[in-house]
Ligand binder design. Structure first.
Ligand code: GCU
Length: 332
């Protein structure tokens, strides 16, 4: 077990021991969970985690709180999940697809057109009956998923033209997240999927290494991708949740009453984030349009048909098949 005594540099959990040597009642320890985040402070997930931290601090009389490091300050998502794994930091917010590198079963929410709506996603991704085993499946590797947030739907955007059909993606180098499933998906959609961390995308499009990317409106606008790839097409191919991934020892070391508060407040934070995301996405779209970006609707059927084999190919384990059938009871 890791103990809360690491105070040098980034230590996952900082402990500020204060008080005097004259009596235990005068001493208290404050635990600050450090969270890596790859997007700006304006992002709904940042606001949700901030609310979570405030509530945690209040309900534990100041003993537990969080410190969020936004804007990839601590590194790209894959690296910061590794930092949570080793206990260098306590938590990282990361796209669900990245967890496939730890357990391939995490593919289940990383498949195209797998959720019917954000409401459907909300029902599934924080239901312990459905996701509990999956989220704890990586505990022996040092991490657990403690909450899931929405990141809306992902859509393709290009430098030079809008996308209406898979043919419009021919020869286009599109950045995807670091997951083989995402690469395969983009290739099936007609493009050429290139995996990389989020922070490199702007320059890669600008310099022609890429022709475009795929993301939700919030990230598209806040990272200014609208400046260099102004054609945003609603392919809606993915609805990947983001996970709050936590070092398992830091989670287990919390006393039971604190764990209960921690989980209750995280659930509230996730509910809040699900409520506000769509509004932020609409605002981001409006701002991008004002700045000159063009948005277009897309007939989804040809894209659905193109990626259908991927679901069958990837849903191979009992765990993923079970979750999928719980998500789509009618397809049983
Ligand atoms: C979304 C998602 C992030 C992810 C990003 C990406 O914005 O919410 O977690 O990092 O996409 O494309 O890398």
């Amino acid at each position: 077990m890791k103990k809360f005594n690491k105070v040098l540099g980034l230590a996952g959990v900082s402990v500020l021991a204060m008080g005097t040597a004259f009596g235990p009642s005068a001493a208290f320890a404050k635990t600050v969970f450090e969270i890596a985040f790859n997007q700006p402070e304006t992002h709904p997930q940042f606001k949700a985690m901030q609310r979570f931290g405030e509530a945690l601090e209040e309900r534990t009389d100041g003993e537990y709180s969080v410190q969020i490091f936004p804007n990839e300050l601590l590194g790209a998502q894959k690296e910061t999940v590794e930092m949570a794994q080793t206990g260098t930091i306590a938590m990282s917010l990361a796209a669900a697809s990245l967890l496939e590198s730890w357990n391939p079963d995490f593919v289940v929410f990383n498949l195209p057109y797998v959720f019917d709506s954000i409401e459907h996603q909300k029902q599934i991704v924080n239901d312990p009956e459905i996701v509990g085993d999956l989220y704890n499946s990586v505990a022996d590797q040092g991490i657990v998923v403690v909450a899931a947030f929405t990141a809306g739907s992902r859509n393709v955007y290009l430098k030079d033209h809008p996308v209406h059909t898979p043919e419009d993606l021919a020869g286009q180098k599109i950045r995807v997240m670091q997951s083989q499933t995402n690469i395969d998906m983009m290739n099936m959609m007609g493009g050429n999927g290139i995996a990389m961390g989020q922070g490199e995308v702007y320059t890669a499009i600008q310099t022609g290494v890429l022709d475009g990317g795929e993301n939700n409106e919030v990230t598209y606008w806040s990272l200014k991708h609208s400046e260099i790839a102004p054609y945003f097409s609603y392919t809606q191919h993915l609805m990947i949740p983001d996970y709050l991934v936590m070092n398992v020892d830091y989670f287990e070391d919390m006393p039971d009453d604190v764990k209960t508060i921690f989980m209750e407040e995280l659930q509230k934070a996730a509910n809040y984030e699900f409520e506000v995301f769509a509004e932020d996405a609409a605002k981001s779209r409006a701002l991008a349009e004002e700045a000159g970006a063009k948005f277009n609707e897309v007939d989804l059927q040809p894209f659905r048909d193109a990626v259908r084999p991927l679901t069958e190919e990837k849903l191979t384990s009992d765990v993923t098949k079970k979750i999928y059938s719980q998500m789509h009871p009618a397809s049983e």
